[in-house]
Design a protein around this ligand. Structure first.
Ligand SMILES: [Zn+2]
Ligand SMILES: [Zn+2]
Length: 151
């Protein structure tokens, strides 16, 4: 996924947004942001597994709380990717997700017809409005496998 901001800029932006919104800047919060920069669409559990050695006192609940705070400041977007599937991503540019029905691969797609979230915010009084549209299909690799004759 192509980001407008590099990791250092994201760090600075998040620090500022945390302060502006009355949240403390903690190393755990920043570590989660950096991990989100490196991983595409991780689950909360994947984030937890990746950081548990670095932050031995971090619980899965802390990860969820942090993701929630980061959503509130408009840095993170959580989205559902099917039954019992919920993933997170660093949110910089509005985009949609195309999910493969077979292997659950998620591809970011950028369309010109994104909803004007600023307008939605203006009309409703909501803050940090994001939009999450899910497209589904079968990816090229899975389509190949499906069409191959059974052995
Ligand atoms: Zn697939
Ligand atoms: Zn995405």
């Amino acid at each position: 996924m192509a980001f407008f901001l590099n990791k250092e800029q994201v760090r600075e932006q998040v620090k500022q947004r945390l302060k502006d919104n009355g949240y403390r800047v903690t190393s755990q919060r920043l570590a989660i942001v950096e991990l989100l920069f490196d991983l595409e669409h991780p689950t909360a559990d994947e984030i937890y597994q990746s950081l548990t050695s670095e932050f031995s006192n971090m619980s899965l609940a802390t990860v969820y709380n942090t993701l929630h705070s980061l959503e509130n400041i408009g840095t993170v977007r959580g989205f559902s990717c099917g039954e019992k599937c919920f993933r997170y991503e660093l949110y910089q540019e509005n985009h949609h997700h195309l999910i493969c029905n077979e292997c659950s691969k998620i591809v970011d797609i950028f369309l010109e017809t994104c909803i004007d979230t600023a307008k939605v915010a203006e009309q409703t009084g909501f803050k940090n409005v994001t939009e999450s549209v899910e497209f589904r299909g079968i990816c090229a690799e899975c389509a190949d496998k499906l069409s191959a004759p059974a052995e």
